[in-house]
Design a protein around this ligand. Structure first.
Ligand SMILES: NC(=O)C1=CN([C@@H]2O[C@H](COP(=O)(O)OP(=O)(O)OC[C@H]3O[C@@H](n4cnc5c(N)ncnc54)[C@H](OP(=O)(O)O)[C@@H]3O)[C@@H](O)[C@H]2O)[C@@H](O)CC1
Ligand SMILES: [K+]
Length: 499
């Protein structure tokens, strides 16, 4: 699913109006109806509704929603925040229609701001995507009153005061909703961790804007949906054999962290790889052979760390269809040398995680040695070590895009809505996963999954988008079963299901 900028959304709106064609007022009615359908499916008539409307089209939506809810017998109090002398045309039309049906309260000064009671649901339709400056004065006071109230708050299209795709200044006053119901497409702001307070749980509703226009509008931001992922997943031919699904090599573990290697290996096997070989320090040999009997084990000559000096002769690196390195390997100088040699020898895109990233961050000459189109999977701290500290989530996205594009890497920046930046400058936000997955070992699981997908011949961008999605989906299934708090990385592996 594409994420469009405010400008692009306005153009999409205009295109739909001209080419469907549909009168702007009817489009507003469609938006209000879609919101109302969403609302009535969740909130019953016992909850009094208080709708705060601005004077633009977001306010117009609010007035139309008020009318539709009143017609459905909801108890609605509409408050128009009169912060400016001018209203939009469609606002005025809906204002006239609502006045025939109900009284409207006008907020012209702070004294007019009503007391909001706990049982109420506040619908925030003060400002939408037309926000052009930081909120102040009366609007700011109303937003403060909403934020200090005990009521449930639902934002229409976007929280009032929140910019949809650019940074808000410091100390901006913004509605903090429990829910945001966006029209047609999600907005970039919804996907950024530091803005979550101004978004709440978000949903989007279809208001019939032109699909053809969305299709041909270029964008750099995407939100991965279930439907899109279904197209990526390859089905298995009846005549296939284990040789058809590649041979992966994982270089993992150190004394005390062999478990990271076990998790990565199990996840790799659960993600469809044909054959798996695993290099671990000698202390990990029996552990791995016992806990992952499906894998072939190549013990390192060193007892505790990976040095790249094998105990017994090992197959050439080009035997393997994909290589993954990092989980649990530590940052010993000998392991750095192993990584240096590995990067010099592997020609295919590989998966690079955890301590391999930390080693690269400290030895920056290695960045140029990483095969093009490799997948790097840093968490934010590792990514900061690799690049620089950011000033906002928007700054972080810029650094991420530049780093991936300049080096021709696929960078999977882990977190809520994991962001995957690609060599061609696009960024894909993931839609699956839950806070229960913030627990040791889930990153190792992801490395195993991604290495398995590369080994099966998936293109690195597809592997990253698909792998991150399925990793999150497995986490969601596991959380359904056990709850988020008790979730472990092993539960995520057990919940993987590729169909
Ligand atoms: N896109 C779609 O497909 C559809 C969109 N729809 C709806 O339209 C909404 C967008 O409507 P909109 O463009 O009229 O903007 P909106 O946010 O209501 O207000 C703009 C007014 O506020 C003013 N203003 C700005 N900042 C301010 C501030 N800080 N403090 C005070 N005032 C401020 C601004 O002033 P100006 O910048 O012109 O000086 C202008 O007068 C969208 O979110 C959705 O709900 C649906 O109905 C149908 C389909
Ligand atoms: K709003």
């Amino acid at each position: 699913m594409k994420i469009l900028t405010v400008e692009q959304t306005r153009a999409l709106d205009q295109y739909t109006i001209e080419h469907e064609p549909v009168a702007p007022l009817n489009l507003m009615e469609r938006a209000a109806q879609a919101f109302t359908d969403w609302y009535t499916a969740r909130f019953d008539k016992n909850r009094p509704v208080r709708i705060f409307c601005g004077l633009g089209n977001n306010g117009g939506d609010g007035l139309a929603i008020a009318r539709l809810l009143i017609q459905l017998d909801y108890t609605v109090q509409t408050c128009v925040v009169r912060y400016a002398p001018r209203e939009s045309e469609d606002f005025m039309h809906n204002h006239r229609r609502l006045k025939l049906l109900a009284s409207i309260k006008y907020i012209e000064s702070e004294q007019d701001i009503p007391v909001i009671r706990p049982k109420e649901v506040v619908i925030d339709a003060i400002l939408g995507s037309g926000l052009s400056r930081t909120t102040e004065g009366l609007v700011q006071s109303v937003i403060d009153a909403i934020n200090h109230s005990p009521a449930t708050v639902v934002a229409v299209d976007i929280a009032s005061g929140l910019f949809a795709d650019t940074a808000n200044g410091p100390n901006a006053t913004i509605v903090q909703p429990d829910y945001t119901v966006a029209f047609q497409l999600p907005k970039l702001a919804f996907l950024l961790p530091t803005l979550s307070l101004y978004v709440g749980e978000w949903h989007w509703v279809d208001i019939g804007l032109s699909r053809a226009y969305i299709e041909r509008t270029p964008t750099t931001y995407f939100y991965t949906t279930d439907q899109e992922v279904r197209h990526l997943l390859r089905t298995r031919n009846r005549f296939s054999h284990k040789g058809s699904f590649g041979h992966a090599l994982l270089l993992v573990g150190s004394y005390g962290k062999i478990g990271a290697g076990v998790l990565a290996s199990r996840a790799c096997l659960r993600s469809g790889v044909g054959l798996l070989s695993v290099q671990v320090p000698r202390c990990g040999y029996e552990i791995l052979q016992t806990s992952v009997p499906e894998a072939m084990c190549q013990p390192d000559g060193h007892l505790h760390i990976l040095t790249g000096q094998p105990e017994v002769e090992q197959p050439e690196l080009d035997t393997f269809s994909a290589v993954g390195v990092g989980p649990g390997i530590g940052t010993a100088p000998e392991t750095l040398e192993m990584l240096r040699k590995l990067l010099a020898s592997v020609k295919k895109p590989m998966v690079i995680d955890a301590d391999a990233i930390n080693l690269i961050a400290k030895n920056r000459d290695l960045i140029d040695k990483i095969p093009k189109n490799s997948i790097l999977t840093p968490h934010p701290k590792e990514f900061e070590r690799l690049t620089r500290r950011w000033t906002s989530d928007y700054d972080k996205l810029g650094i991420l895009r530049d780093f991936a594009q300049r080096n021709r890497f696929v960078v999977v920046l882990k977190g809520a809505n994991t962001a995957i930046a690609t060599p061609d400058g696009t960024t894909h936000f993931n839609s699956t996963g839950n806070p229960g997955m913030s627990t040791g070992g889930t990153g190792d699981v992801l490395t195993g999954i991604l290495t398995a997908l590369l080994a099966q011949g998936y293109d690195p961008v597809e592997a990253a988008v698909l792998g991150v999605f399925e990793h999150g989906r497995a986490g969601d299934r596991a959380a359904d079963l056990r709850g988020q708090i008790g979730l472990t990385a092993s539960d995520v592996i057990e919940a993987l299901r590729w169909d």
